[in-house]
Design a protein around this ligand. Structure first.
Ligand code: PEP
Ligand code: MG
Length: 888
């Protein structure tokens, strides 16, 4: 018989941590903790295979599941001395979802299953606490009514709020047992009225309803959105964990809380978390009551009088600390834990590797390596390369004037400014229109996931450091201020009132998720300083890395920035970017509008000193590191004026008749400019352009070498080559200019002439081209465009439809299409090396900064990758990880 159910409890388990594909993360770790002998309430996990079966068979459970669940319930009965479904001796259960990859708050939980009109009485009698029994029952009806029966939870909340208002109560704890009894009755009426069916009284019906609801929630829109954002395949499915209830709400010696073994914001090695006395788990994350600190140190730092767990329940706290250390050492990673204390006895409800900011991830990885918990290479593998982006986000300039409106919790670091929006749909619309917004909500829920994704930052009125907004924003690397309780949000009028001011939708505010401040208007930001942990980890990454990392840069500022991020050279200097500013564009236009080669040369003579100065500065900044300079690439019409008024300006400045300018502009018009007169085709038609650029490069190389004393070996790159003869023709011009300049200066310099491989024909003919080309750089932007036959400039309008329907997994301009475009890169690599074994091979398309593409580059043995300056750290780390994984 196929096994669908895995039991755990009492120091034993049928599952283990490695079985997360089958048991989900929560189930696998509950099993592991149980095997470790930790106090875990007994229970069982219904495997992810049941979820797949459920969706593959018209939402039916496998035949043998029921018996396996019965057997598991019988064992729990043995262990607890209580019987699920026995009203005279009731066992209450929780039902929780648990996918392979954690999806915080995405799916549903039901607590206190097994309560009904009879068992609640027994619980009241046995516990001697009727208030607790009826409070639990009303929670159950609300959760079950919402999650399983589909009633809006607001309807339940309204009943409770109205009751409290009528009775003059402020807190839930003000309600007596009789009050809760009344609420239970009102809740049950609500269910009957709305659904025309009574609230289910049979615990077995409740259980199957709960299990079904978890599987249903896997396909809820918010779960689908979360998976889409996080690239989680829908066929993974979720597991369901059914576990004996333990109660944190059985009086003052009961509590419930969440903890991280290290600080998830800073990485500091100190127990971090919050708890509530006399509460159930949901109360902590819901943010309705303000949770207390776990440790005295944290309490003192927060400056609060509310006692810590350490002071309040020292024995349970001590045991908890021991378990934290044990679990951290066992998993060799920072753990995120949930616990409950029932009448003084500690129970562990969850452990998993904790989500953390990138700053914390770096600190934790480097410190754990220093503590000997993990190796340096393991530390390098622990950091998500794309997450380094978080470190590169702006923070508020300390010198900037701050008009602080209020302060909330510093829930997720970084700062952002934007116009206020009050709904996630508005945030998404604004993003589509290119506007930056701050999403302002009373609290966020999983339904807000698309809005949080679209917003630059998030501000909430309610919720603690472990609230939905805080956890999700941290995961996304977005600034978030949560629990800013002094703000008032009026959704109907779309206003935010704070500090005596009223802000409308669209008004600009700034949130600083590092300090928790909310500020008026847009504020000057600073580029972040990279921490020592970052430097340490990057050094370890560099030791593990085998590919070099260069940058795509043409301005001195970009080159300096890239150097500071650790770039080891320039892999692509797009010279056309140097022609757009100020006085240069006019000389460029003069060159393009010239009648003949002589006229062009005259204009090029004006550009020569400017190019020479540009290149000298670049060589100077790069201090002997390799610099690849590409000859002019774009179609010439890009440099010409488009509007009549601009054409008139050009005509006037160059002393040309307007007709001539208009006529030349028209003549240069192309239907498919990306497949037109561009790349090396320009140098074939106008060799004097290549001559000028080559001269500028050689003169600059000589000048920079003389100035700095470091030899400069320029790499001159010919773009968009498709046939060897066109490369040879241009190389011959470059060689001739080199000879001329060296003779004039009476100095020898070494240089290389190579080509971009960015057309399929060049990749296929790489063995021929490599006979004369000294290096290749794969231009995967154009190679993707020409392999797919999809225009780089027009793809956005339809590619989204392709990815949404799963026709392609990812936009091929973002992550390399390894099967198609990658195959051409592989062929180009193999054929190029067959002719010239030492040929230097790199990549300079946008894929050079994408971790998955970098891993591919490693697998085919490229020598270097080149990417934009801000992606250099990501590329260094991704290249290190690719090398380490290849080694494994
Ligand atoms: C490329 O095509 O990949 C490339 C780097 O060149 P560009 O993006 O300038 O066309
Ligand atoms: Mg290109």
């Amino acid at each position: 018989m196929h096994k669908w159910v895995y039991q755990f409890g009492d120091g034993r388990a049928e599952g283990a941590a490695e079985m997360r594909d089958l048991l989900g993360g929560k189930g696998a770790n509950l099993a592991e903790m149980s095997s470790l002998g930790l106090p875990v309430p007994p229970g069982f996990t219904v495997s992810t295979e049941v979820c797949s079966h459920y969706y593959g068979n018209g939402k039916c459970f496998p035949g043998s599941l029921q018996q396996q669940v019965e057997d598991a319930l019988a064992r729990i009965a043995e262990l607890t001395g209580r019987q699920f479904g026995d009203d005279a001796n009731p066992l209450l259960m929780s039902v929780r979802s648990g996918a392979r990859s954690s999806m915080p708050g995405m799916m549903d939980t039901v607590l206190n299953l097994g309560l009904n009109d009879n068992s609640v009485e027994t619980i009241a009698r046995q516990s001697g606490d009727a208030r607790f029994a009826y409070d639990s029952y009303r929670r159950f009806i609300q959760m079950y009514g919402d999650v399983v029966m589909g009633l809006d939870h607001h309807a339940f909340e309204e009943i409770l709020e109205n009751f409290k208002n009528r009775a003059g109560y402020v807190l839930d704890t003000d309600l007596t047992a009789d009050d809760w009894k009344q609420i239970v009755s009102d809740y049950k009426h609500l269910v009957e009225r709305e659904l025309e069916t009574p609230f289910p009284q049979d615990p077995k019906d409740q259980l199957w309803g709960g299990i079904g609801a978890v599987f249903q929630s896997w396909m809820a829109p918010r779960a689908i959105t979360y998976r889409a954002i996080n690239n989680i395949p829908s066929d993974w499915g979720t597991a369901v964990n059914v576990q004996a209830m333990v109660f944190g709400n059985m009086g003052r010696n009961s509590a419930t809380g969440v903890a991280f073994t290290r600080n998830p914001s800073t990485g500091e090695k100190a127990l971090y978390g919050e708890f509530l006395i006399n509460a159930q788990g949901e109360d902590v994350v819901a943010g309705i009551r303000t949770p207390q600190n776990l440790t005295e140190a944290a309490r003192l730092e927060a400056g609060t009088q509310e006692p810590s767990l350490e002071a309040e329940m020292p024995e349970a706290f001590a045991e908890f600390c021991t378990i934290c250390n044990q679990l951290e050492a066992h998993y060799s990673d920072m753990q995120d834990l949930e616990f409950t204390i029932q009448e003084g006895k500690l129970w562990m409800l969850q452990t998993r590797s904790g989500k953390r900011t990138t700053k914390a991830a770096l600190k934790i990885a480097t410190e754990m390596a220093a503590e000997g918990l993990i190796s340096r290479n393991e530390a390098v593998l622990r950091i998500e390369p794309a997450a380094l982006d978080q470190l590169l986000h702006p923070t508020i300039d300390p010198a900037a004037k701050r008009n602080i409106l209020t302060k909330g919790l510093p829930a997720s670091p970084g700062a952002a400014s934007g116009g206020i929006v009050f709904t996630s749909d508005d945030a998404q619309d604004a993003k589509a229109q290119g506007r930056n917004v701050i999403l302002v909500r009373v609290e966020t829920s999983p339904e807000d996931i698309h809005g949080m994704h679209a917003a630059e930052g998030i501000l909430t009125a309610r919720g603690g450091m472990t609230s939905h907004a805080a956890v999700v924003a941290r995961g996304m690397g977005k600034p978030c201020v949560s629990g800013a309780s002094s703000i008032r949000i009026d959704l109907r009028n779309e206003t935010l009132s704070v500090a005596g001011k009223v802000f409308q939708r669209g008004d600009v505010i700034t949130v600083d998720g590092t300090s928790g401040q909310v500020l008026e208007g847009e504020i000057a930001m600073l580029q972040p300083e990279l921490s020592e942990d970052f430097a340490t980890l990057m050094q370890w990454a560099d030791e593990a890395r085998t590919m070099a990392v260069r940058t795509n840069a043409e301005t001195p500022a970009d080159a300096r920035m890239a150097l500071s991020f650790g770039a080891e050279g320039i892999g692509l200097c797009r010279t056309e970017h140097m022609f757009f500013d100020g006085s240069r564009i006019m000389a460029m236009r003069e060159m393009i509008l010239a009648e003949d080669a002589a006229g062009r040369r005259q204009a090029l003579d004006k550009l020569l000193p400017m190019q020479t100065a540009d290149f000298t500065e670049l060589f100077d900044i790069m201090r002997g590191k390799p610099v690849t300079i590409r000859l002019l690439d774009p179609p010439l019409h890009e440099f010409l004026p488009q509007s009549e008024a601009d054409m008139e300006d050009v005509a006037k400045a160059l002393g040309l008749p307007m007709d001539k300018v208009r006529q030349r502009t028209r003549a240069l018009h192309e239907f498919n400019p990306m497949l037109g007169h561009r790349g090396c085709r320009l140098a074939v038609s106008y060799p004097e352009i290549a001559d000028m650029q080559a001269r500028a490069i050689f003169e600059a190389a000589i000048e920079a070498a003389q100035k700095t004393g470091a030899p400069v070996t320029p790499e001159i790159m010919v773009p968009l080559v498709s046939v060897k003869p066109e490369f040879d023709l241009i190389k011959a011009r470059i060689d001739a200019v080199a000879e001329m300049v060296m003779k004039e200066r009476n100095i020898q310099i070494s240089y290389q002439v190579g080509t971009m491989v960015e057309l399929p024909r060049a990749a296929l003919q790489a063995h021929r081209i490599a006979e004369t080309a000294e290096f290749f750089s794969f231009g995967t932007n154009d190679l993707t465009q020409t392999t797919f036959g999809i225009s780089r400039d027009d793809a956005a309008s339809f590619l989204g439809t392709y990815t949404a329907q799963g026709l392609i997994q990812q936009d091929p301009f973002v992550s390399l299409d390894q099967d198609g475009v990658g195959e051409l890169v592989r062929i180009g690599t193999e054929r190029g090396r067959a002719t010239r074994p030492n040929i230097k091979l790199g990549i300079c398309g946008e894929h050079g900064g994408d971790p998955a593409s970098i891993s591919f580059c490693q697998s085919i043995g490229l020598d270097y990758i080149s990417c934009s300056p801000y992606r250099v750290p990501i590329a260094r780390l991704a290249a290190a990880q690719a090398a380490l994984r290849q080694e494994k």
